[in-house]
Design a binder for this molecule. Sequence first.
Ligand SMILES: [Zn+2]
Ligand SMILES: [Zn+2]
Length: 147
Amino acid sequence: MLQCTAFTELPEMGARVALMGLAGGPGRGSEAPDLDEFLLCELGEHDEGVEHAAQLWSASARAGRDLWMFWADADGRRKFRFTELLPCPAVIHRLSVRDGDACVLYDRHPAAHSWDVTDPLADLMAERIREDVRRDRDRDGGGGRTP
Ligand SMILES: [Zn+2]
Ligand SMILES: [Zn+2]
């Protein structure tokens, strides 16, 4: 499943207020984290009726709640809301990984778990690199093969 390609400009005031109200969050003043100007939706491709979602703050405590920002466009206006949510409890165990990968999304998120979501940009980069490698190999070691 591909990642949703929606992104939004961060409503900075709203985000700072939400962070300040966060229990165990970064607090005020110098502790406040640098926030990205733009945020990408972290969900897999989803229906239009589902809000886009981006994580603003990750709780350091194991069972802590992360701060998520949701947004949706309605009637030509973009609406934001901030919510503290528990992390998705799902963990995938691959043969090669002893500890398993935890899903980085929130509990009861729509669409696929994060390990099934591929970023199309990252895939594009990987494909470019593969092509470069193939080209190098053909140039250097291609002489031994019969055409
Ligand atoms: Zn989205
Ligand atoms: Zn999940």
